[in-house]
Design a protein around this ligand. Structure first.
Ligand code: DSN
Length: 455
C-alpha cells in the first residue's frame, strides 16, 4: 500500500510502517492468532467512517448524522448472519472493540458480581478473559497444579474477571491432553456455575459443543462458546459450529476469519437486549464504525468459495506440519490438530519454548512460546512452542511448503539446542552471530518472495 501523505507529513511513522511491512513480507508469520487481511479490508478500515461518533444502535443513536452508519452496521450484521448461517431467531452485535471486551460484555449482560464461571484452565490453553488468578503457594510457577482436574484459583487475581466473579477452571487430562467431558459434568454439578465457557488460545482439538450444551443444561448455566481462534474455520465449515448448542458465541475478527481487529457477539434472540445493553451503554462508548466497515468487507469475503477453500487448506497445512514434527520425535500436544494451530511440548527435546522461539525469529520464522498442559515452567519461560497456519496459507502455501518449514524449524532447534541453557540476554547475543540462522533466514525470504503478500 502506498501512503503518499504519511510519507510527506510524518516520515518517522512512515518508516516504521514500511519496516513492519517488509518484515511481514519477508518473514514467515506463524502466530496462530494472526492473519493477513485483504487490501479491500484495510481500505475500508482507513475510510472516513473513522470520524463518526455513533453511540447506540441502528436507528437508536445518541448523535445525529448517522444515516450511513446505520446502513453500514445493518449490512455488517446481515453479512455476519450469512457467513455463519445464523437462524432467524439469533441476534448479532458487531460493536465489541476486542475479544476481551466481547466476553466482558456478555458477563455484564448475563451475570451478577459474585456469580460462578466455569472456564478452561489458562495454562492448558484457555484465555485471560475467561478469568485467571495465580496459585496461592507458587505465584511464579504452576507446580502443584498438574495432577488435578480442576483449578479453583489463587489469591493473586490477574484478570478483572477473577476479581468480579468466582472462577473455577477445568483442565485437560494429563496423558491425552484432551477434555474428559464426564469430569467437566461432575465439576459443573458440584460448583453450579451460572456460565460455562469453552474456547481458548492453544487447545488444538475441536470442542464437543453437544457435550457442553448438555452440561450447561443440566446445571442451568448459560453456555458461552468463544470461537475467536476458529471463527473463519467455522464460517467455512472446516470446523463444527456451536450455533444452536451455545447460548452466546463470541469471536474476534482478525484471526482465521481474516478481517480487522475487532469482535462480534452472536446470541439467542431472547438474550439480545441484555447482550446489547451489556456492550453499550454497559461497557463501551462509541463503536468503531471504520472497523465495522472493514468487518463487513471481511464477512463478504468469508462467504466466497475461495474463502471456504482457504479455510480447509489452513487445517490441512496444520495437520501436515503436526505430522512432520511427530515424525521428527517432537511431542505434539494431543497427537495432532483439528484446527489451524499446533502446540509442541519442548520438554520432549529437553528444552523450553522461549529460546527456540527467539532463534526461530532470528531465522525468519515467527512463532510464540506458550504454556502447555502439565506446565512446570513460568509464564515468561513456558515449555511450549505454538504455531499456526492462517497467514502462510493466505500467502498460498500448501503441504509441500509445510514440509520445508518443519525441516527448517527442526534444523534451527538442533543448531541452538546446546546454547539454550544460556541466560536470555547471552542467548540473544549469541544467536545474532550464528551463520546457520542467517542462512535459513535467506532461504525463508526466497520462499516468501515466491508467495508474496498482497500489501
Ligand atoms: N493473544 C491471543 C492469542 O494469541 O491467542 C488471544 O488473545
Amino acid at each position: 500500500m502506498d501512503f503518499p501523505n504519511l510519507k510527506k507529513q510524518d516520515p518517522e511513522i512512515y518508516k516504521l510502517v514500511k519496516k513492519e511491512e517488509e518484515k511481514q513480507q519477508y518473514k514467515l508469520s506463524m502466530i496462530p492468532s494472526e492473519n493477513f487481511s485483504s487490501p479491500a479490508v484495510r481500505e475500508a478500515l482507513s475510510s472516513v467512517f473513522v470520524h463518526k461518533y455513533a453511540e447506540g444502535y441502528p436507528h437508536k443513536r445518541y448523535y445525529e448524522g448517522n444515516q450511513f452508519v446505520d446502513n453500514l452496521e445493518e449490512l455488517c450484521q446481515q453479512r455476519a448472519r450469512q457467513a455463519f448461517s445464523l437462524p432467524d431467531d439469533w441476534h448479532v452485535n458487531v460493536q465489541p472493540l476486542a475479544g476481551g471486551n466481547s466476553n466482558l460484555a456478555v458477563y455484564n449482560g448475563l451475570l451478577e458480581p459474585g456469580d460462578t464461571i466455569l472456564s478452561m484452565y489458562l495454562p492448558d490453553g484457555g484465555h485471560l478473559s475467561h478469568g485467571w488468578s495465580f496459585p496461592e503457594k507458587d505465584e511464579q510457577g504452576l507446580e502443584g497444579q498438574v495432577e488435578q482436574a480442576i483449578y479453583l484459583g489463587g489469591k493473586r487475581k490477574i484478570s478483572i474477571v477473577s476479581k468480579i466473579f468466582k472462577v473455577v477452571q477445568y483442565k485437560v487430562e494429563p496423558d491425552s491432553r484432551l477434555f474428559d467431558y464426564k469430569k467437566i459434568m461432575a465439576i459443573a454439578k458440584e460448583y453450579r456455575p451460572k456460565m460455562i465457557i469453552s474456547g481458548g488460545t492453544a487447545y488444538p482439538r475441536e470442542i464437543n459443543y453437544d457435550a457442553l450444551h448438555s452440561i450447561a443444561k443440566e446445571v442451568g448455566a448459560y453456555y458461552l462458546a468463544d470461537i475467536a481462534h476458529e471463527a473463519g474455520l467455522v464460517a467455512a465449515g472446516a470446523n463444527k459450529s456451536p450455533i444452536g448448542k451455545a447460548d452466546v458465541i463470541t469471536f474476534t475478527t482478525h484471526k482465521t476469519i481474516r478481517g480487522p481487529r475487532g469482535a462480534v457477539i452472536l446470541c439467542r434472540g431472547d438474550l439480545a437486549d441484555r447482550i446489547d445493553f451489556g456492550v453499550f451503554p454497559g461497557l463501551q462508548g462509541g463503536p468503531f464504525e471504520h472497523t465495522i466497515a472493514s468487518l463487513a468487507v471481511c464477512l463478504k469475503e468469508a462467504c466466497t468459495p475461495a474463502f471456504k477453500k482457504y479455510a480447509f487448506q489452513v487445517v490441512k497445512n496444520a495437520q501436515r506440519l503436526a505430522q512432520r514434527f511427530i515424525e521428527r520425535g517432537y511431542d505434539v500436544v494431543s497427537g495432532g490438530t483439528d484446527k489451524h494451530l499446533l502446540l509442541i511440548d519442548m520438554r520432549s527435546k529437553k528444552l523450553s519454548g522461549r529460546n527456540p522461539a527467539k532463534a526461530l525469529d532470528q531465522a525468519g520464522i515467527i512463532m510464540n512460546r506458550n504454556s502447555v498442559p502439565n506446565e512446570t515452567g513460568s509464564p515468561m519461560n513456558p515449555s511450549g512452542l505454538r504455531m499456526g497456519t492462517p497467514t502462510i496459507t493466505t500467502r498460498g502455501m500448501k503441504e509441500k511448503e509445510m514440509d520445508k518449514i518443519a525441516e527448517w524449524v527442526d534444523y534451527v532447534i538442533k543448531v541452538v539446542a546446546p546454547d539454550c541453557d544460556l541466560k536470555p540476554a547471552e542467548f540473544e547475543e549469541k544467536i545474532k552471530k550464528m551463520p546457520e540462522l542467517r542462512k535459513i533466514a535467506a532461504e525463508v525470504k526466497s520462499l516468501c518472495q515466491k508467495y508474496p503478500l498482497n500489501i
